[in-house]
Design a protein around this ligand. Sequence first.
Ligand code: KIV
Length: 273
Amino acid sequence: MSTQRGGGARRLAATDLREMKRRGDKIAAITAYDFLFARLVDAAGVDVVLVGDSLGHVIQGLDTTLPVTLDDMIYHARAVRRGVERALLVVDLPFLTYQISREDALRNAGRVLRESGASAVKLEGGSPDTCAIVRALVDAGIPVMGHLGFTPQSVNQLGVRVQAREEAAADRLVEDAKRLEEAGAFSVVLELVPGTVAERVTAALSIPTIGIGAGAGCDGQVLVLHDMLGLNPGFTPRFLRIFADVGQVAGDGVREYVRTVKAGEYPAAEHTF
Ligand code: KIV
């Protein structure tokens, strides 16, 4: 039965993900940044749609996610919201919108939920300071997804490389993950960490882990939509699988359009009023 006023299909809630982990149901998450792709991925059955600050790369053509603004995120999240009926909609809090103070974090996360209609936010890191902010958001009724391992907003400190390869770093990652759970996070993304470390974190938590470049032992997986559809051909990390080469098909389509226009074949009689 729908629990929503208006009677539409029930949207997944942050609490449903923990239940999915308990049942052993894998969680399929994916990013989206616009209405049509949001509608497509929701209809295809994903459980979580993430409006990631990866939009800095795949929408804005930036080298890092650091310049992405809160207004950018809200703009894209509003469009995505209109396309999502069933999935849980999570929106990234961009660089320096949650680290400065709890007040700032509350104000900014509140804006995301109020102005976009999203159900949860995601933020990076698991230090005691970050977890105090997670706790403040959760206490205000804002569900929080954590993000550990390679955290793109710290790229200038970390470089783009697999994290937690050494035992001490792996131990720290497990501690950060536990701290996030204690602070009230409802799930944790693990990005670019060895599969064995992701398995340790997954076993240590009752909230689900969502992996990207973290092996098969997580409770779910997330990919950047444009990467897994072959729309970002220069990006070929080992973990990535191209599930449909939409980039190739789209390029072929546009080349054929150009050819037919130049040859005077399009529009043909049947396209003409
Ligand atoms: O910004 C993003 O899309 C992300 C995912 C890669 C997890 O953080």
